[in-house]
Design a protein around this ligand. Structure first.
Ligand SMILES: Nc1ncnc2c1ncn2[C@@H]1O[C@H](COP(=O)(O)OP(=O)(O)OP(=O)(O)O)[C@@H](O)[C@H]1O
Ligand SMILES: [Mg+2]
Length: 318
């Protein structure tokens, strides 16, 4: 079983608005409303790939009820802790004429320490029956930046792999709690290591550095694939996966689709190379669909040969 954690679950509204202009009134030509938050998106993509997954996290108010109803409608197993304040609604406006995307995310509920404790206990319970726990997305208000770190330390008592996809201070704290894998995108990684990347060498140095910060493995997504620092049968290795970028319909959630693909392959016992290839193919396919975490497994299979994976340099020790 795979568990996905979404502490700031949401209803995600994506509106397609041609010629979107600030200060004008518009009509949408296409609209999707789905349960969201990064962990939920990962769960949706894992479900599409036929993997056993339970989405957990926090939800509250009528919007929280709607999140659970939508997940249940999609046959995504879920087990959330109900909180006092109302879950948020996020709105993305996509302009098909310019390809530009504008996102407006609500602040969302404030979570109490007691609610987080309830969640911690539920997570440890669920993790006992799981192989992988994915902790993804931002933290809600009221929760300390070290909440993921705290959960990771609890999960160490359970025999389970942990994957963290978040940014800023929550990521900084989480890395020190030694998760199995972290998977930032480029801006998130730049913030974590403290400088901007100018070339391939900077990317390589950054994933190496993430290992020394505490993560056992690091996978950084790039708009053209990913770069990873992973143990292989030959010892710690740097791998680079690339795909020719495609004209996207929407890039929202491509990182979540990547992560789901990577996790699905890993769960199925695939090698690091195969898992990265599968992740990149899932990320690429998701850019062709409106709505986060939507992938078409047959299309993903078709894309696999288009992903090039190569070894970069042998890293000495971890
Ligand atoms: N235009 C594109 N064509 C093909 N693949 C893409 C494209 N854009 C992104 N991808 C793939 O999707 C994956 C994730 O990309 P990215 O680093 O942009 O994620 P992200 O910024 O974390 O996204 P999000 O957090 O919104 O889900 C990468 O592996 C990348 O190869
Ligand atoms: Mg991301």
């Amino acid at each position: 079983m795979i568990i996905t954690v979404t502490l700031n679950a949401a209803i995600d509204k994506t509106l397609s608005v041609p010629n979107f202009r600030l200060g004008r009134r518009h009509r949408t030509v296409e609209q999707t409303t789905m349960a969201g938050g990064k962990g939920v998106n990962v769960a949706r993509a894992l479900k599409a790939l036929g993997q056993p997954v339970i989405a957990t996290g926090l939800q509250g108010g009528p919007t929280g009820t709607r999140i659970v109803e939508q997940l249940t409608q999609e046959s995504i197993l879920n087990d959330f802790v109900r909180i006092g304040e109302e879950s948020r609604t996020n709105t993305a406006v996509l302009d098909p004429t310019s390809g530009e995307q504008t996102e407006i995310n609500e602040r969302g509920p404030t979570v109490t320490p007691q609610e987080l404790e309830l969640f911690r206990d539920k997570l440890v319970y669920l993790a006992r029956g799981a192989a992988i726990v994915v902790l993804a997305g931002s933290l809600p208000r009221g929760i300390d930046a070290d909440a993921y770190a705290m959960l990771l330390r609890e999960l160490k008592r359970v025999d389970v792999e942990t994957i963290v996809d978040t940014d800023g201070d929550p990521l900084r704290h989480a890395v020190r709690a030694e998760p199995t894998i972290i998977s930032p995108n480029v801006p998130e990684a730049e913030e974590l290591v403290g400088h901007e990347f100018n070339d391939e060498q900077d990317l390589v140095a950054a994933v190496r550095q993430m290992g020394s910060l505490g993560a056992k493995q690091a996978v950084m997504t790039t708009p053209d694939g990913c770069i990873a620092f992973v143990p292989t049968e030959q010892g710690p290795t740097l791998l680079r996966a690339k795909i020719e970028p495609r004209e996207p319909v929407a890039t929202v959630g491509s990182g979540d689709a990547f992560l789901a693909g990577f996790v699905a392959a890993r769960y199925g016992g695939a090698t690091a190379e195969e898992s990265l290839r599968f992740g990149v193919a899932c990320g690429a396919d998701s850019t062709q669909r409106l709505g986060a975490g939507l992938i078409e497994p047959r299309e993903v299979e078709r894309l696999l040969p288009e992903v090039e994976v190569e070894r970069v340099v042998e890293a000495a020790g971890v």
